[in-house]
Design a protein. Structure first.
Length: 131
């Protein structure tokens, strides 16, 4: 069986966030970074500031700060400041891309064990729009 580079590249395209004429290409986020993010979410509980800090932390790994952001805008800040519906849709699309699938809005799902704890880690966060 031959390895096809073009097929590999097509299947592993980074997530692209476009605002107006500016496009920001996200770097791939590693599994350990996603697991750390999930731990941060778990530790945050319902503390909104800690939840926002965890999301900002993960997005910064996807969009490391660059000098050009001073001119174009910082995609992390742009994402977080979107109106609630647009922010929800963009983040759902971002998290769907972490699954390696097409960029679509995922359905939050997570299996549970008998004691009510998570049986497996899920990349899909529970997204709630800001009021």
């Amino acid at each position: 069986m031959a390895f096809d580079v073009e097929t590999f590249r097509a299947a592993h395209r980074p997530w692209l966030f476009q605002v107006g004429r500016h496009a920001f290409e996200a770097r791939h986020v590693s599994a350990p970074q996603v697991f750390r993010y999930q731990d941060m979410i778990h530790e945050a509980g319902s503390d909104r500031r800690k939840l926002d800090r965890a999301l900002r932390w993960l997005l910064r790994h996807a969009f490391p700060w660059r000098f050009s952001y001073l001119l174009r805008g910082d995609p992390v800040e742009i994402l977080l400041l979107l109106e609630p519906a647009a922010r929800h849709a963009a983040l759902a699309d971002f998290f769907a891309s972490l699954h390696g699938g097409p960029q679509t809005i995922p359905t939050p799902s997570q299996s549970r064990t008998k004691n009510g704890t998570s049986g497996t880690r899920s990349l899909t966060p529970t997204l709630t729009p800001r009021a």
